[in-house]
Write a protein that binds this ligand. Structure first.
Ligand SMILES: Cc1cc2nc3c(=O)[nH]c(=O)nc-3n(C[C@H](O)[C@H](O)[C@H](O)COP(=O)(O)OP(=O)(O)OC[C@H]3O[C@@H](n4cnc5c(N)ncnc54)[C@H](O)[C@@H]3O)c2cc1C
Length: 290
């Protein structure tokens, strides 16, 4: 590994001063489960590694005004076990619980998962269907970006080098909602997804779908929302014909590649199957059949 300097700023302002000065010569370190590997492999060669401070706004899970704010340093284990996340955002607790091993989840953070921007990142489809936004802070400013607009390609985001991701903001789903998350991988634990899928469905008292959201990872250069399928679901009750149609729309929206984990063709078939599976499960949870 190359030589680099390390510093641990005590708070937000100090960290932002450092990033304003160093820009892309500096890299944030949270859990290090991606960064250290990337540095070992020579994929990233920062001059300065800057610890994300363990203080506000980077830590904590707080509820206010029908929203939950999650500090970017929150670990997968914290998400998986947090009573608030489990109750209000169960799909996120589920997805976080599917990352790596317990040891990895004790280190890996939500901010790191988002900023690595792997098309296969496990929390990303869940964050997409939850309509999450991310707050980016820099010296003298901040901006809040819907997560659907954050990713631009594998490992690429709209974050500027002098910006830090401080927190994730999630509206709490209301009404009769159901959710489903599925990670398809060769091994049950410690494996990257071949395909991951998330669905969130909100229904009225008669089981009519008021809102539907469907997202996939590992089937395109970025995690994707399948808007065409979502629109097709809205205003309907679910049956086999509609499920088939929705799954075909999801398949059409995917642009998978062949890699060591699976072929593009296999992924396309799995998008069809998983779309049916997660939409059906989310719907059944929403109408109280599950
Ligand atoms: C053995 C192993 C198994 C894994 N299994 C999975 C898995 O099953 N599913 C999965 O999705 N991932 C998996 N990963 C990848 C990794 O654990 C996750 O992506 C994790 O969430 C990264 O978080 P981190 O805190 O470790 O990030 P770090 O490694 O600290 O950082 C990752 C990147 O994000 C940047 N960054 C971090 N925080 C901020 C911030 N606040 N602002 C700006 N930039 C920031 C860093 O500079 C770096 O570029 C695995 C990794 C390992 C080593």
């Amino acid at each position: 590994m190359h030589w680099f300097d390390y510093c641990a700023p005590k708070g937000l302002d100090e960290a932002l001063d450092i990033f304003a000065e160093y820009g892309e010569r500096a890299r944030a370190l949270a859990g290090g489960t991606d960064l250290v590997l990337f540095m070992e492999r020579g994929k990233l060669k920062p001059e300065l590694v800057v610890e994300v401070p363990s203080c506000s706004p980077f830590v904590g899970i707080e509820t206010a005004n029908n929203q939950i704010r999650i500090g970017s340093r929150t670990t997968m284990r914290e998400l998986e076990t947090s009573p608030v996340v489990r109750e209000k955002l169960p799909i996120l607790a589920e997805a976080a619980g599917k990352v790596g091993s317990l040891q990895v989840r004790n280190l890996a953070t939500i901010g790191g998962n988002i900023c690595t921007a792997s098309p296969a990142g496990d929390t990303l489809p869940a964050l997409l269907v939850l309509d999450a936004s991310v707050k980016l802070v820099r010296k003298g400013g901040e901006r809040v970006i819907p997560i659907k607009d954050f990713f631009v390609g594998p490992g690429e985001t709209i974050r500027h080098p002098e910006e830090l991701l401080s927190e994730v903001i999630l509206p709490i789903p209301s009404g009769r909602f159901g959710w489903s998350f599925y990670k398809l991988s060769v091994r049950r634990y410690m494996d990257i997804a071949i395909v991951n899928a998330a669905a969130l469905v909100i229904v009225d008292d008669d089981g009519g779908i008021i809102d539907a959201r469907l997202a996939f990872g590992s089937v395109a250069p970025t995690p994707i929302r399948v808007v065409e399928a979502e629109e097709r679901l809205k205003g309907n009750t679910l049956d086999e014909t509609l499920l088939d149609e929705v799954a075909r729309l999801a398949q059409a929206a995917s642009r998978p590649i062949t890699d060591q984990r699976g072929t593009a063709e296999y992924r396309r078939i799995m998008v069809y199957r998983l779309a049916k599976r997660v939409v059906k499960e989310a719907y059944e949870r929403a109408i109280g059949q599950k």
